[in-house]
Design a protein around this ligand. Structure first.
Ligand code: UGA
Length: 345
């Protein structure tokens, strides 16, 4: 069935990858996208089924209103998703991730458009469950002065608003929760400022700039890293929504088999970069050091010690399962950044 898909934040890590997959695999689907730049969209920008406009969701409201009416499915992907910003600029996180997106959600409710909203693994916070389950796990956040939780809390509130619209106003939605997706185009590895990236890209950047890898609080905390390709496969199934399988549901999209400590991630990364001749000596010279969370991020930081998704819902309703192991996920990211030995970092 042909679909018109509106992606706000189309030049982001998820938006750009999803657009590429849609254009490659679905000859009768069209993508309408807005973002503030196009640098992650090289593969898609010239495709006649991709309609891009440069703009800001907080300013270009008319374009958005028109395209919400025109399209079948809306993915509002614009958000700040880097922990250092939660701590250092929490109000901007609330304004963009919650307030700006709420306006868009309300328009979708008004025009009865289906929404796929990016919730987050962060909503589970410091839950002690060995696997986080969409319907059963409690969502556990720290005290107010631990400002890190403003992102989790903003996303959780939006989840609750969307759920309520679904239950009480016949709104069609799916919430998806990425668990530490990694891959090409996640963050800019040339960015020298520490804290501006998610952990994998931060570590790659540190190695290539001859800096120590900083293990926050010793690096015993764990994450389940998920290859973007697997994540996008899940999103495709959610958009397809075969027999309404995704309707009104929440899906963790993660890879429980790729559960490692941050220290193990650093060690694996160093060993993999040693296999790229141009960068091997940089990896060999990299030291792993421990830093305190409050020194690295600020006093408002608090961490999650373990984060493993239950993917029962996604397996059962979407018939989806991740297939890319951690090493392959890292190699794919590294190949993107390093494989061409003549390219600059
Ligand atoms: C992330 C971000 O909030 C979002 O990208 C997203 O919503 C969600 O989780 C997700 O992707 O599932 P987090 O996993 O804490 O949160 O973010 P990272 O910046 O990737 O950090 C992972 C861990 O590495 C943290 O424990 C952090 O303290 C540690 N870290 C980070 C270091 O030890 N050293 C660094 O230089 C950077």
């Amino acid at each position: 069935m042909s679909q018109k898909i509106l992606i706000l934040g189309v030049n982001g890590f998820i938006g750009s990858s999803l657009t590429e997959r849609i254009l490659n695999e679905k000859p009768d689907w069209e993508v309408y996208g807005m973002d503030m730049s196009t640098h992650k969209l090289q593969e898609s920008i010239d495709n006649e089924r991709f309609h891009f406009i440069e703009g800001d969701i907080t300013i270009n409201k008319e374009w958005i209103a028109y395209h919400i009416k025109k399209c079948d499915v809306v993915l509002p992907l614009v958000a700040i998703a880097t922990p250092s910003t939660y701590v250092n600029d929490p109000l901007r996180v609330f304004e963009l991730d919650f307030e700006a997106n709420l306006e868009i959600i309300r328009q979708c409710v008004r025009h009865k458009k289906r929404v796929l909203f990016p919730s987050t693994s962060e909503v589970y916070g410091m839950s002690s469950d060995s696997e986080f389950h969409e319907e059963d796990s409690n969502l556990v956040l720290g005290p107010i002065h631990k400002e890190r939780w403003i992102y989790s809390c903003s996303k959780q509130l939006m989840d609750r608003v969307i759920y309520a619209y679904g239950k009480h106003e016949d709104f069609k939605f799916t919430l998806f929760r990425p668990f530490n997706w990694v891959g090409p185009k996640l963050d800019n590895i040339l960015e020298q400022k520490e804290g501006g990236s998610r952990v994998l890209t931060q570590f790659i950047s540190n190695i290539l700039h001859g800096k120590d890898i900083k293990l926050v609080n010793g690096g015993q905390q764990r994450r389940s890293f998920t290859c973007i390709d697997d994540g996008i496969s899940a999103l495709m199934k959610i958009i397809e929504n075969k027999d309404g399988c995704a309707q009104g549901r929440i899906f963790n999209i993660g890879n429980p088999k790729n559960d490692v400590s941050i220290k193990e991630l650093a060690e694996l990364l160093v060993s993999l970069i040693k296999t790229y001749p141009k960068y091997a000596s940089m990896a060999a010279n990299t030291k792993l050091i421990t830093v305190e969370g409050k020194d690295y991020y600020g006093a408002g930081y608090q961490d999650v010690s373990a984060r493993v998704p239950s993917i029962q819902n996604a397996m059962q309703y979407l018939n989806w399962e991740p297939t890319t192991d951690l090493e392959a996920s890292l190699r794919k990211t590294l190949d993107y950044h390093l494989a061409d030995p003549n390219s600059d970092i």
